[in-house]
Design a protein around this ligand. Structure first.
Ligand SMILES: [Zn+2]
Length: 484
């Protein structure tokens, strides 16, 4: 097998999206499968992307009053049981430690499926008076949910990386504002850094986070017509504060129960990023998150090598000084065609091609990923020009994803219509809904689709008077979709 064949993506995004996605993840060097089913190894190139996402969010969290902390990996069973909805919600997916060395433990330890049960008791301990509030904590960690589903790197793994934020407030209004602030920050990450347009909504009552009053969500539509729940922010009301005694003395020295929130974004964001933009040549990344933003490929003959390399190295140095992620690919043993393919596979958004002609004319040939658009730029203003090219590439990626979303929100008003529309096109199908979970079940039994969200605004008029499934009075609009 030649190197060229080994590099290339063989599966088609359109015809076999699952296999294609797995191949892109592996061949672009993002992740490998671990020896235990359900786990993956995140390789340096994949981890670098996660770090970029983390750094953006972490900065915004800290700007808005959040402090990072770290809590143990294990949760004692008695702690997990203090909030009954958490127990019931996560019980089938909890991994347990029962032995330490050779000794049986007196109390089983859960590997955290989420950390409310270990964080909330300490929030209670640290909250005495209204002056201790708001209390805003976040931790970057991994959690384990023992689901018996097929492994899909960054979408479905038993252990996954995420951040979980936990806050306590004096009033419902403040906690609600907090819930929405975090949802806004998640939206900003997708819209302004990942070039993935999203829809904001809330989960239907039967699908909210266990114990929460309300779960809000940002949903992204993948090119194969399935929705990705990309981040969630929960208004927990007072149920967790009551279960864990998060109380405070107000200004009148009266005891009150706090209002709490939690919010999380996992490496599914990375999965959504990869799947949205990548193509049959490999990984595609917006310049905002690409570790290498520009690959410079010099093209020389023996008699022009020195001048071409010198010219290219000068440009590389100038870009690096300006803070651009740049690599000068001066490998002797690879020809330019191989290098083009490799940088495309690895998702480098912009390529510079520099040969003797460019040197002579004082120019640079700039090529965009993914569409191959080629532009000549003056060498003199290259730092300014490259930033414009980054914006253009970003806009192209966003526009393609936005078009996919806009064309794939449809309305239906009968079960046959809902099933037929999802079956034919995928995407989101809006229908008036009575609010009864049974109407979701009726659709789910026929096709693997569920209500992924309802409008955030509870007062919004439904899309019609009668439930699209049962015909009873509609209370709101349901968005049905297949989902990851
Ligand atoms: Zn109904």
């Amino acid at each position: 097998m030649s190197d060229e064949q080994e590099l290339g993506i063989t599966e088609s995004k359109e015809h076999s999206p699952g296999e294609w996605y797995a191949e892109v993840v592996r061949k672009a060097g993002l992740a490998d499968y671990a020896p235990m089913g359900g786990f993956i190894i995140t390789r340096p190139r994949g981890y670098a992307l996660w770090e970029t996402i983390r750094d953006h969010l972490d900065g915004w969290f800290k700007e808005t009053g959040v402090d990072n902390a770290y809590f143990p990996l294990f949760v004692p069973e008695s702690y997990l049981e203090r909030e009954k909805d958490i127990v019931e919600g996560f019980d089938p997916e909890v991994a347990w430690v029962t032995k330490g060395g050779h000794d049986e433990l007196e109390e089983r330890l859960a590997v955290r499926p989420t950390s409310e049960s270990i964080i909330a008791p300490f929030m209670a301990r640290w909250t005495r008076s209204h002056r201790d509030l708001p209390l805003r904590l976040n931790q970057w960690c991994s959690v384990v949910r023992w689901e018996a589903t097929e492994t899909k790197p960054f979408f479905r793994t038993k252990e996954f990386l995420w951040q979980e934020g936990h806050t306590a407030h004096e009033t419902e209004d403040e906690a609600w504002d907090e819930t929405m602030l975090r949802l806004d920050q998640y939206e900003r990450l997708f819209e302004e850094e990942l070039a993935v347009p999203i829809m904001r909504g809330r989960k239907p009552p039967h699908d909210k986070f266990p114990g929460a009053d309300m779960t809000t969500t940002v949903e992204a539509l993948m090119p194969d017509g399935k929705s990705v729940q990309s981040a969630t922010s929960h208004y927990l009301g007072q149920s967790f504060a009551e279960a864990f005694d998060i109380t405070f003395l107000d200004a009148n020295e009266e005891e009150n129960v706090a209002h709490t929130t939690s919010w999380g974004l996992s490496w599914r964001a990375l999965g959504a990023l990869i799947m949205t933009h990548s193509d049959d040549q490999g990984l595609v990344l917006p310049p905002t998150v690409a570790p290498t933003q520009v690959a410079i490929v010099p093209i020389w003959q023996e008699n022009t090598k020195d001048e071409v390399l010198q010219y290219a190295a000068g440009i590389a140095a100038e870009l690096e000084d300006a803070g651009v992620g740049v690599t000068l690919d001066d490998r002797d043993e690879r020809n330019p065609g191989f290098k083009f393919n490799e940088h495309e596979l690895n998702g480098v958004p912009v390529r510079f091609e520099i040969g003797p002609d460019e040197v002579e004319d004082g120019r640079v040939t700039v090529v965009h990923r993914p569409d191959g658009e080629t532009v000549e730029e003056e060498r003199a203003g290259i730092v300014g020009a490259v930033s414009d090219h980054f914006d253009e590439v970003y806009d192209k990626l966003y526009a393609a994803a936005e078009e996919n979303l806009e064309q794939n929100v449809r309305e239906a008003h009968s079960p046959e219509d809902i099933l037929g529309t999802i079956g034919r096109y995928g995407g989101y199908v809006k229908t008036p809904w009575c609010g009864d979970e049974a109407c979701e079940t009726a659709i789910k039994e026929e096709i693997a689709a569920e209500i992924v969200m309802v409008p955030l605004d509870r007062d919004e008029e439904p899309a019609g008077d009668e439930c699209g499934v049962c015909g009873d009075d509609a209370e709101e609009t349901a968005y049905f979709a297949k989902s990851y």
